[in-house]
Design a protein around this ligand. Structure first.
Ligand code: UD1
Length: 339
């Protein structure tokens, strides 16, 4: 399939472009580099062993999006593009709603107009909110998020479900990611956050490489194995494979829209990550224990049954693989992608 990958220059997008190419699909990237750099493209092409087309386009621009589809000949869309910083979304909610919803709507309009009916969406486990029981199951109905970023995921899932229901032949997979980490085993592409990382793994790897002094562990009095927060970390290469599995499954899906958790089904604590990263890197990760971060849950992990049974997909890579690959990327590219 010829697949438009929006946000394909980003962390998960770039790994998914490689997985698509390796599976014999033809990925085409649309990105406006709002949180990525053009220098990722030659590295994607080097790893794919073939040229990959990238269109620099802002998807909130409906005319530009329409033109992209008019010339594209796409069979499917994988939609990663969107703002994703939780704290920034609290400070600038309208920016987040405008960008994430508008871009999705212009893609949907263009798909209807140009007869593209396969869609894979980059959703998040954040849609389970604070009340869903752990492990999270896709049939939990009361989706809600604790911040505007997460709310855009809830709203877009709703929009996609409604649009798929009334457009003949539409198939939409809503992929709810747990905590994507790691990097391509080559060390050539990986996560390159702007500024101070919000998320644990990039922060830890920046401490290991000497870009930051020490980690603050956000609370050690949770009701977990060692008191620190537990999350379902998933290797980005496994996650990318999950997108290919979802894409290949779309035509066989019994309902127009369906949600799938992409996680391992296992929780790992902050301190377990610290120790695993120290082992992988051979560097110490000094840390202090600070207060809990507002909005954090003690434990979050997936019930990964549905993806296994229906997509034939399971995560294969371990916490050790995630840390080793993150470290290879970080140590080979201490400042991330070249500007
Ligand atoms: C966060 C977002 C979530 C988003 C996801 C994307 C919040 C509250 N949630 O999830 O909406 O979908 O990223 O991957 O921001 N930790 C530390 N010190 C740090 C950073 C993190 O101790 O410097 C701890 C956290 O308290 C948590 C764990 O590490 O227990 C993982 O945190 P993080 O990587 O930010 O992911 P989430 O909070 O699960």
């Amino acid at each position: 399939m010829r697949v438009l990958v929006t946000g394909g220059a980003g962390f998960i997008g770039s790994h998914t472009v490689l997985a698509l190419a390796a599976a014999g699909h033809d990925p085409v990237i649309a990105d406006n580099f709002s949180n990525s750099k053009p220098s990722v493209l030659p590295r994607i092409e080097e790893l794919a062993g073939r040229p990959v087309t990238l269109h620099e386009v802002d998807l909130t621009d409906t005319a530009a999006t329409d033109a992209l589809f008019a010339a594209g000949g796409f069979d499917a869309v994988i939609h990663f593009a969107g703002f994703k910083a939780v704290g920034e979304s609290v400070a600038k909610p309208a920016l987040y709603y405008r960008n994430n919803i508008d871009s999705t709507l212009s893609v949907l309009d263009a798909m209807v107009k140009h007869g593209v009916s396969r869609f894979v969406f980059s959703s998040s486990a954040t849609v389970y909110g604070e009340k869903a029981p752990v492990p999270y199951r896709e049939d939990w109905e009361f989706l809600e998020a604790t911040n505007p970023y997460g709310q855009t995921k809830v709203m877009i899932e709703r929009i996609l479900t409604d649009v798929a229901a009334v457009n003949e032949g539409w198939k939409v997979a809503l992929l709810r990611y747990f905590n994507p980490v790691g990097a391509h085993a080559s060390g050539r592409i990986g996560e390159d956050p702007n500024g101070i990382p919000n998320n644990l793994m990039p922060f830890v790897s920046q401490v290991a490489v000497g870009r930051r002094d020490r980690l603050t562990v956000f609370g050690d009095d949770y009701p977990t194995s060692d008191g620190t927060g537990e999350r379902d970390y998933i290797h980005v290469v496994d996650l990318a494979a999950g997108h290919v599995a979802a894409l290949d499954h779309l035509d066989a899906m019994a309902t127009p829209a369906r949600a799938f958790n992409l996680g391992t089904g296992t929780g790992t604590s902050v301190l377990q990550i610290v120790r695993a990263f120290e082992a992988a890197s051979g560097r110490p990760i000094p840390y202090d224990v600070g207060p809990r971060r507002a909005g954090d849950l003690p434990t979050s992990y997936a019930d990964a049954t549905r993806a296994r049974e229906e997509l034939g997909w399971t995560a294969k890579l371990s916490i050790e693989d995630m840390c080793a690959d993150s470290w290879r990327w970080q140590s080979n590219n201490p400042e991330g992608f070249p500007s």
